[in-house]
Design a protein around this ligand. Structure first.
Ligand code: DGL
Length: 266
């Protein structure tokens, strides 16, 4: 027996950092992922354009029977999650940079927030900072090179190390002791970042918390897959299939997923 899938979307392959957490927590659920790699990056694009893409992908996921959609992209969440909730009858789970946990963790009072321009420009980010981190010094920084590296499946080596050093060195210099990964692409570079910052600086993201939120919402709405569900795991892209075939085994080693092109979203 197979039930309706959870839909997961991102500007590209970054949302796979959230998919792997959902899959680990809810192994009985079918997952259908759409990476909008043909339109990646979203970060520097106008909000209206990001919203248009996210609505088109949502329609696609609904046509495949999605019972809940995870907007596994901070930029898309900022641009569209409220309009999605108003427009569609299914639940949506979005992303939020881990500013609140960072406020609880920091001792120096200086926190680095790495996120795209789109995520940092929104009202929502300001509200988050005002409610949880008004007394802290937050240093924000978009890291578009991280997105390019992850889309290319490059997670380590000299290129990744140089990009990490370029973005994290100024934060360490300012005394940051917590680094918030506010973009779903960035956790794939966490091992290189942790090596660079050393054990006294925490690098945090919200992938696992979002997976728990998805489980809570499915429980609440009586939407959990029944025992005995044969979960299907499908990862699709609006970009070239070869890129997906090359990158997925690097990003999610051992994940047995069916890979394909997302149709009708060009
Ligand atoms: N993964 C997306 C996010 O979480 C951003 C990458 C992009 O710029 O497309 O914001």
């Amino acid at each position: 027996m197979q039930t309706r899938p959870i839909g997961i979307l991102d500007s590209g392959l970054g949302g796979l950092s959230v998919l792997r957490e959902i899959q680990a927590l809810l192994p009985g659920e079918s997952l259908h992922y759409v990476g909008d790699s043909a339109w990646c990056p979203y970060g520097p694009k106008p909000v209206a354009q990001i919203r248009e893409r996210v609505f088109a992908i949502t329609d696609h996921l609904l046509s495949l029977g999605a019972k809940l959609i995870v907007v596994a992209c901070n930029s898309a969440t900022i641009a569209a999650v409220e309009s999605l909730r108003a427009a569609y009858p299914i639940p949506f789970t979005g992303m939020e940079p881990a500013v609140k946990p960072a406020a609880a963790l920091t001792r120096s009072g200086v926190v680095g927030v790495l996120a795209t321009e789109a995520s940092l420009a929104g009202e929502k980010y300001l509200r988050l900072v005002n409610s949880h981190a008004a007394s802290l010094r937050l240093i924000t920084r978009p890291c578009p090179e991280f997105v390019e590296l992850v889309e290319a499946g490059i997670l380590d080596g000299p290129e990744a190390e140089a990009a990490v050093a370029c973005h994290l060195e100024p934060l360490l210099h300012e005394g940051a002791d917590v680094i918030v990964l506010g973009c779903t692409h960035y956790p794939f570079l966490r091992p290189v970042m942790e090596r660079f910052v050393g054990p006294d600086v925490a690098v945090i993201d919200t992938g696992a918390a979002v997976a728990r939120q998805v489980r809570r919402r499915l429980e609440q709405d009586g939407l959990l897959a029944p025992e005995g569900n044969r979960p299907a795991l499908r990862i699709t892209t609006t970009g070239p299939l070869e890129v997906l075939e090359r990158a997925v085994p690097v990003l999610c080693p051992g994940l047995a997923a069916e890979l394909g092109r997302a149709r009708g979203l060009d």
